[in-house]
Design a protein around this ligand. Structure first.
Ligand code: GDP
Length: 194
């Protein structure tokens, strides 16, 4: 199981001698099949695995990123599928998360509705300063698009979220999602505790 390999990264301290270290918990939420695992695999390993199966239970990946000012940020990426069956446990899952990435599939209006459900959940139960990103994945399937870009933009704006469309398949905007939008804001939010 390729997802298990990510556990090895947990052993890396990811710090230099005068580097500042931040530990950031990042959770991914969204319907099964929207591409959460593929986004993480694309980001962590630079791969797209089209045989990727729907996750059973929860899996865990971790990635340490060096920023320009020698701050390192360690992302703990939690990915659950079938989490809708464990709705009452969800607050445990995103407790302490600094970043929540809520993913939908641009070809699936149902997944966009589900993303909105997760945003409401996070607003109810997440920490008050959680940084949320709304991600429309599978942007390479533009001909099959059923969720207009503007709908994503509008919803994200109303809810104070970052918005980006990605493709785990072509790697479009995957690095931008993690490195620009989410991290820079988290660093500024948590900056005092450095
Ligand atoms: P998860 O349940 O949200 O973790 O979804 P997966 O990462 O397992 O992906 C579900 C399916 O969508 C897989 O068959 C992937 O190959 C496919 N998929 C994921 N990302 C993309 C993408 O950006 N473009 C396309 N065309 N397919 C994708």
């Amino acid at each position: 199981d390729p997802k298990q390999l990510g556990r090895a990264n947990l052993e890396n301290s990811g710090g230099g001698h005068d580097a500042k270290n931040l530990r950031v918990k990042l959770v991914l939420l969204g319907d099964s099949g929207v591409g959460k695992s593929c986004i993480v695999l694309r980001f962590v390993r630079g791969q797209f695995d089209p045989t990727s199966k729907v996750t059973v239970g929860a899996s865990f990946l971790s990635q340490t990123i060096a920023l320009q000012d020698s701050t390192t940020v360690k992302f703990e990426i939690w990915d659950t599928a079938g989490q809708e069956r464990y709705a009452s446990l969800a607050p445990l899952y995103y407790r302490g998360a600094a970043v929540a990435v809520v993913v939908y599939d641009i070809t699936s209006p149902e997944s966009f509705n589900k993303a909105q459900y997760w945003v409401k959940e996070l607003q109810k139960h997440g920490s008050s300063d959680i940084v949320m990103a709304l991600v429309g994945n599978k942007a390479d399937l533009n001909e099959q698009r059923k969720v207009p870009v503007q709908d994503g933009i509008d919803y994200a704006e109303k809810n104070g979220m970052f918005f980006i469309e990605t493709s785990a398949k072509t790697a479009d905007n995957i690095n931008e999602l993690f490195e620009c939008h989410a991290i820079s804001d988290v660093v500024s939010v948590l900056g005092h505790s450095l």
